[in-house]
Write a protein that binds this ligand. Structure first.
Ligand code: ASP
Length: 308
């Protein structure tokens, strides 16, 4: 069995059994807290800090609920759009907050690599959880996405999963690819305009398909992504109407996928840009299940890192 994690900054190179342990734990905690209606005391007396340098709705709320459902105290420290990005100011902030005796820091930052820098500077005993850094990783999103898929289709070795949209700027896509690869997914296809694709060397085993009609054919799950304009150079910016006609998930395209194909999106959704409203709200949509699973996955991660 792989060792217990101290920090979670990426899913890259995490062994399959660690990922499966976290997914199993998420389901066990979901049942133990009766879907959130019963509070547990596993982390009573522990303090968790949400340190968000970028805005967030789902992730921050979900971490807060997860920590509270496990009985921990939660402090929110929102820096929003502050110009603080790196260097001494960040570490000063860290040490100031640590002096208040924390057990875990959940960090979101626009700069890729910040959570690992915090691991390097954090006092021993403080766990760091990455809630999204630049375009690099969003490990709890990757875990909740594979948990959502597994609840419908546990046979990863038979699955074709398509990730469509702005892959280049997406930390979600990267963490999804790491998790899907670790679980032995038969085929991962990424699709989008060539300007929004990562380099082919980054994921040698992933299939790059520029045409969405081709990419979605026979797919068992399709994950659509937002255009992450905040991380784009002006030159990358596609025209939204043209983008929808080439890369929008609508009913016609969904009909090309395998029967019962799971429709997923990490949010926030831009209806009519990357996904049609009737697909986002349709019978195959798993988008709200993803949100619900987010809380249980984050409980599992906090439990792994902090439970005594
Ligand atoms: N919420 C996800 C993230 O933080 C996806 C997105 O923002 O488009 O990366």
């Amino acid at each position: 069995m792989s060792p217990r994690l101290r920090h979670l900054t990426t899913l890259e190179n995490l062994p399959r059994d660690t990922i499966e342990r976290l997914l199993d734990r998420a389901e066990a905690l979901r049942d133990a807290c009766a879907h959130g209606t019963r509070k547990l005391s596993v982390l009573a007396g522990r303090t968790v800090l949400n340190l968000f340098f970028e805005p967030s709705t789902r992730t921050r709320t979900s971490f807060e609920l997860a920590a509270r459902r496990l009985g921990a105290d939660v402090v929110n420290f929102d820096i929003g759009f502050s110009s603080t990005s790196k260097g001494e100011e960040l570490f000063d902030t860290l040490h100031t907050l640590e002096a208040m005796h924390l057990d875990a820091i959940i960090v979101r930052h626009k700069q890729s690599g910040t959570p690992d820098e915090l691991v390097g500077h954090a006092m021993s005993g403080v766990s760091v959880i990455n809630a999204g850094d630049g375009n690099r990783a969003h490990p709890t999103q990757g875990l909740l996405d594979v948990l959502t898929i597994r609840q419908h289709r546990p046979d990863f070795e038979n699955l074709i999963v398509v990730i469509c949209g702005d892959i280049k700027h997406s930390r979600v896509a990267r963490s999804d690819i790491h998790a899907l690869t670790a679980l032995g997914t038969k085929e991962i296809r990424v699709c989008g305009p060539s300007t929004l694709m990562p380099s082919a060397e980054e994921f040698p085993k992933v299939h790059y398909v520029e045409n969405f009609d081709e990419a979605i054919r026979g797919a068992d799950a399709v994950i659509t992504l937002r255009l992450q304009k905040e991380r784009m150079a002006a030159i990358d910016l596609p025209d939204e109407a043209a983008y929808f006609s080439h890369y929008g998930l609508d009913q016609r395209r969904l009909a090309l996928a395998a029967k019962g194909c799971l429709v997923m999106h990490p949010g926030p959704i831009n209806r009519g840009i990357e996904i049609a409203s009737d697909v986002a709200d349709g019978a195959q949509s798993r988008i709200l299940e993803q949100v619900g699973n987010g809380v249980f996955v984050r409980m599992a991660v906090l439990n792994e890192l902090l439970a005594r």
